[in-house]
Design a protein around this ligand. Structure first.
Ligand code: THU
Length: 161
């Protein structure tokens, strides 16, 4: 028997002002986008902005529905928007901003969005960095690569892709 270990580093910044101006702009864009959320049921507004390696920005907000399961997370709205507007580009950084009065710490993507992010990551060689924060400001969590959020992921390789 052999034992393996999986671990990853991430950073927590006290404030977004410790980040570069392009990262701050991306977080600001995601915060503005969170106001486009349609979240009358959860009141949990999420805005996501994606910066590609060639510096294009695409955004999306969660869209809920009275038939709960068909609602769509902000991450996926943003990814689909990127594809429609800019085409498939390598992604550099994704900012995820939550606007919810009960949420005191930044939130990270749900399992389904991790799987979807993994799909995009598997088509590029470079990492996809994540910046997580609240619309009200405060700490920013920086993850080096979405891969870290889904170890042992299922992906197209299993299907011969
Ligand atoms: N939500 C997102 O938009 N992204 C996530 O990664 C987690 C959850 C949305 C879905 C739903 O509209 C609300 O947040 C509460 O779950």
């Amino acid at each position: 028997m052999e034992t393996y270990q999986y671990k990853f580093d991430y950073n927590v910044y006290k404030d977004k002002r410790s980040l570069s101006s392009v990262d701050q702009a991306l977080i600001n864009e995601a915060a503005m986008t969170s106001q486009k959320a349609y979240a009358p049921y959860s009141k949990f507004k999420v805005g996501v902005s994606i910066r590609t390696t060639d510096q294009t920005i695409s955004s999306g907000a969660n869209q809920e529905n009275g038939a709960f399961p068909i609602g769509q997370c902000a991450e996926r709205v943003a990814l689909y928007s990127m594809i429609q507007v800019h085409g498939r580009q390598p992604i550099d950084t994704i900012a995820i901003v939550v606007d919810n009065k009960n949420q005191k710490t930044p939130a990270s993507p749900c399992g389904s969005c991790r799987q979807m992010l993994h799909e995009y990551r598997s088509h590029q060689t470079t990492p996809i960095r994540l910046l997580l924060s609240l619309a009200t400001g405060g700490e920013v969590i920086e993850l080096y690569d979405v891969k870290d959020l889904l170890p042992f992921a299922f992906d197209g390789l299993f299907l011969g892709q």
